[in-house]
Design a protein around this ligand. Structure first.
Ligand code: MG
Length: 252
């Protein structure tokens, strides 16, 4: 009964007019398929092949300024933000690939004809200084490969979001944590809310508020049929999901 109420509450705030269905973002790439692994070159390529809206990755900076692509802070006992590149370069993913650097994925983006964007999540490091280094290094790498129009940025750290928009006025940045109103973020130059489905259930009014301000709305991480249908009906622009093929079917 509670769930039904939430569903109806979300639906009541749906942007009904001209809404063509939510677009799909593959969470950590398309990895729930043979030969793939989360945050790998393969998971990016497979997402590009699907032509989904976006393929999401997570980025940490090493002590010597390299950007490693991995979700967790630690991998096989190595804490990426406290390690040198030398300590990270041979870390091996479940599918046998070496852990990629951001630049490896930017090279793939530069070459691809796919419309899929790379959604770069800059992780929350243990110091403000490391967060700011990660932002600067990420923007520099994106510029170096000339893929500014093929990437967007997300972060749980409000500081990271502010630094991104301060250093790159064109960057499309969305905030993940779920504790700020669209109005506040809009004032700060942040282009979207990218919130957990439960936050949007609690604050369904934020969907319309964001849209009225010209902001985008993304729900994460929604991988089951009922959840995908619920947020699609609610009119969110993007659904971040571990099941991109299912989400594409349900939202078209
Ligand atoms: Mg992420």
């Amino acid at each position: 009964m509670k769930k039904l109420f939430c569903t109806l509450a979300l639906a009541a705030f749906a942007t009904v007019s001209m809404f063509a269905g939510s677009k799909v973002i593959a969470h950590r790439g398309y990895w729930a398929t043979a030969g793939s692994a989360q945050n790998s070159r393969t998971s990016l390529r497979k997402a590009l092949d699907l032509n989904v809206y976006g393929s999401e990755i997570d980025v940490w900076i090493t002590t010597d300024g390299k950007l490693m692509v991995n979700h967790d802070a630690d991998f096989n006992g190595v804490t990426l933000q406290n390690a040198s590149y030398d300590e990270c370069k041979n870390l091996t993913l479940k599918n046998g690939e070496k852990m990629p650097q951001l630049k490896d994925l930017l090279k793939v983006m530069k070459k691809t004809k796919s419309k899929t964007k790379l959604i770069i999540e800059i992780k929350t490091h243990s110091t403000l200084e490391a967060n700011q280094r990660a932002v600067r290094a990420t923007l520099k790498a994106v510029k170096k490969y000339g893929v500014e129009n093929k990437v967007e940025y997300i972060a749980f750290s409000h500081d990271v979001c502010l630094e991104l928009v301060r250093l790159d006025k064109q960057a499309k940045v969305a905030y993940l944590l779920g504790d700020k109103t669209p109005a506040q973020l809009h004032q700060e130059g942040i282009a979207g809310i990218d919130y957990h489905i439960d936050v949007l259930r609690k604050h369904p009014e934020w969907i319309k508020q964001a849209h009225d301000l010209g902001m985008t709305v993304n729900a994460w991480t929604v991988s089951d049929k009922a959840g995908i249908e619920e947020v699609n009906k609610a009119g969110v622009d993007y659904i971040t999901t571990n099941e991109p093929v299912l989400a594409m079917k349900l939202t078209r």
